[in-house]
Design a protein. Structure first.
Length: 520
């Protein structure tokens, strides 16, 4: 190996490593330089491994270094965008979202910045063309790359000899270890075997305690996980009370209601979804708390759906989006659902904005409940989609604003209008369900809750950010009742729902439309 190439490649290695540290310093929150030595070894080993691998493929040291640094910069920029919107930095599970951004670009690219994406893509293409054209290929790149790969593997091995102890607070681990070490640690943790018994799902341990007598009729059960729902009227008095008029009626008649501590902020619906269905809190999941559907949920965990199925229910999940998103088409059957209804069961006319509307989901629920040919009680879990962002891409005509506001909007509150338009449709969905259930001859329970607060950074800058909790209620179409607010964690909600409805197993008397009107 020529001495010139040795010294040249060594300079690329050292200079690139220093630049990678400089790029890492752009992170929010910023990692400390005073971190454990093994964190630096993992950073250096990851840098050298990626550089050597690409150098062995291209034979161009500078071209390879710039490509690795460009990828590193992209991860840092994505992490900062995520932190701005979701209060959480990039974690290992987020690599999956790069392919999702290609499959479902509307859900991801607007938060990163469409203009920024286009500029970076064009700049990278131009760089690839120039780099491959102007830099000559080294004659002994393979042997040099092999030595570098061996050195990188040794650094990674030494750095991993005494594993770091993650807190799974992504911001804390990033600050104290740096990006490379936190990604490496989370990657290794995700591949460790999980003990299902150690997760302590209430549907595994307390199933008999919440099972009603076998000689009684079982009520139908409906749970609705509403996209980005929370009672935003508490954030600003200029929002009209009637935006959530049906919600107020149902909450006033509910057997239980209150604030709901959820497992996500702004996005990551599946964290709340998993916690509700399984009754397992996020702090028991370790690294799987970031995306429990990627590995953990596919193991076939105890869940409300599996428990209802054991009781004789037919279990159905409705989500009006692509079934492959988050792997729900594989995960939900593993969690005990007999049927998964995705966007293919809806049509374009049922959209309210870019996604299938909440009222269309209500119609689908009613269609299932109204099936006279069914021979089993139903448990239906619906995950709505209408109020999914990015809300800043939607336009609202000024003439519509008085429907939701009784005063002019403040600066920075533009995105609040499309949010309230969709929120009012969620309220209409509740009205449809209540109207149908009040005249239904079958005892039916309805559990309604929000999965997380919406992504509205400009609105929160103007009004102050909410605490991140959403709202829930548990309602029955039997005699309306009232209850004091009771805060719950989302992992407690499904079990509470089943317990509340375990005494509601006798058929209700069919009401007239006139009687229904008196409740409105």
């Amino acid at each position: 190996m020529p001495d010139f190439l040795n010294s040249s490649f060594a300079c690329v290695i050292l200079g690139g490593f220093l630049l990678s540290c400089g790029i890492e310093a752009l992170l929010i929150p910023r990692p400390t330089l005073r971190r454990p030595l093994r964190s630096w070894l993992l950073h250096a080993g990851a840098w050298l491994f990626a550089l050597a691998l690409l150098y062995g493929m291209t034979g161009r040291p500078y071209f390879s270094a710039v490509n690795v640094l460009a990828l590193w910069l992209l991860i840092v920029l994505v992490s900062n965008s995520k932190y701005h919107s979701l209060r959480e930095p990039f974690v290992c599970a987020d690599f999956e979202y790069f392919s999702d951004a290609v499959r479902f670009p509307r859900l991801y690219l607007p938060f990163f910045g469409i203009g920024k994406t286009i500029v970076l893509a064009l700049a990278f293409i131009a760089y690839l063309a120039c780099g491959l054209y102007f830099e000559a290929t080294a004659s002994d790149a393979l042997s040099t790359a092999a030595v570098a790969l061996a050195s990188a593997s040794l650094l990674l091995l030494i750095g991993a000899l005494k594993p770091l102890r993650p807190s799974y607070d992504a911001s804390l681990d990033l600050r104290r270890w740096g990006l490379a070490a936190s990604l490496w640690t989370y990657f290794c943790a995700a591949r460790r075997k999980v003990s299902i018994d150690a997760l302590h799902s209430p549907f595994a341990t307390d199933a008999q305690a919440i099972r009603p007598p076998c000689d009684t009729a079982l009520p139908d059960l409906v749970s609705v996980q509403s996209e980005s729902f929370f009672d935003i009227r508490t954030l600003w008095p200029g929002i009209r009370e009637q935006v959530l008029s049906q919600y107020d009626v149902l909450r006033g008649e509910a057997r239980a209601h209150g604030r709901l501590q959820v497992a996500a902020w702004g996005a990551n619906t599946v964290r709340t979804e998993f916690a509700f269905l399984t009754g397992i809190a996020g702090d028991r999941l370790g690294v799987h708390r970031f995306n429990p559907y990627r590995h953990l949920a596919r193991l076939g965990l105890p869940s409300i759906a599996a428990e209802m199925k054991r009781r004789g229910y037919r279990t159905v999940c409705i989500h009006p989006y692509a079934g492959s998103f988050y792997g729900r088409d594989r995960v939900l059957p593993a969690l005990g659902f007999d049927e998964f209804i995705d966007v293919r069961s809806f049509n374009e006319e049922q959209k309210a904005g870019p996604f299938i509307g909440d009222c269309a989901v209500a119609d689908k629920i009613i269609e299932l409940l109204d099936d006279s040919a069914r021979t089993q009680p139903l448990y239906i879990h619906a995950v709505t989609m209408e109020n999914h962002g990015p809300l800043h891409l939607e336009q609202v005509d000024a003439a519509e604003l008085p429907n939701w506001f009784d005063r002019p909007l403040l600066d920075g509150m533009r995105d609040l209008a499309p949010y309230l338009r969709h929120l009012s449709n969620a309220d209409r969905m509740l009205g449809k369900l209540r109207e149908y259930l009040l005249v239904s001859p079958t005892s039916t329970g309805l559990c309604f809750f929000g999965d997380h607060v919406p992504i509205l950074p400009d609105v929160y800058a103007a009004l102050g950010a909410p605490d991140g909790d959403t709202d829930y209620f548990i309602w029955s179409n039997q005699t309306p009742s009232s209850s004091l607010p009771r805060p719950l964690g989302v992992e407690q909600l499904a079990k509470t729902f089943v317990e509340q409805m375990s005494n509601s197993h006798t058929p209700v008397k069919k009401a007239s439309r006139a009687q229904t009107a008196t409740h409105d």
